[in-house]
Design a protein around this ligand. Sequence first.
Ligand code: HPA
Length: 236
Amino acid sequence: MSTHIAAAPGEIAPIVLFPGDPRRARWIAENFLEDAVCYSEVRGMLGFTGTWNGHHVSAQGSGMGQPSMSIYANELFDSYDVQTIVRVGSCGALTERVGMRDIIIANGACTDSGINRVRFHGQDYAPVADFGLLRAAVEAAEGMQLDSAVHVGLLFSSDQFYSTRTELTEPLVQHGALAVEMETSALYTLAAYRQRRALSICTVSDHLVTHEETTALEREQTFGEMIEIALRAATA
Ligand code: HPA
């Protein structure tokens, strides 16, 4: 086992779906994976391994924010030799170009986080998705009958859910950021460092321009489409 994950070596699949909410990991296991087994409950951050269309796949909670997500991503890469992580999360739309329950496949992520500033000695690193996974996700989405619109674009990975300086996101939106979430920038950076594949797919759960919010039922239904895209892309 690693410091925060109680799995034995080999119990975690090379492909991991990575929701923030550990109960979403259980929901993925119960609704998409066959013969799913829970391999870790440490800190309530549930992880499961099963099969999808004959492929071994795990679903592991990451927690919220880049520090929590980074702990799990580091341990998945380093202790369990995970090759592919697809974050399946929620995000808040920053522009009316994006609607409620739309799905965003993130080709890159900007951030206000200090993590990469420290890592790169103040230089600006550009965290980007694995291109093969990105292309596979787009192709998967194009091959499905989806209720949700799909966008490929930039996420803003913020360190704060409750920011008092919301005006600071304006230049990011002017330069293409579609939505805010709290994990992708660090995930793409860690995957690049370890030479593994990572992709973030997020559904819009709240709209910071129109102030709409999804119901729990709507989130669950849209989440299903996103999981299907993630599974098809990761196993393509
Ligand atoms: N802010 C940050 N992260 C989020 C949001 C938000 O509005 N919605 C979903 N994840």
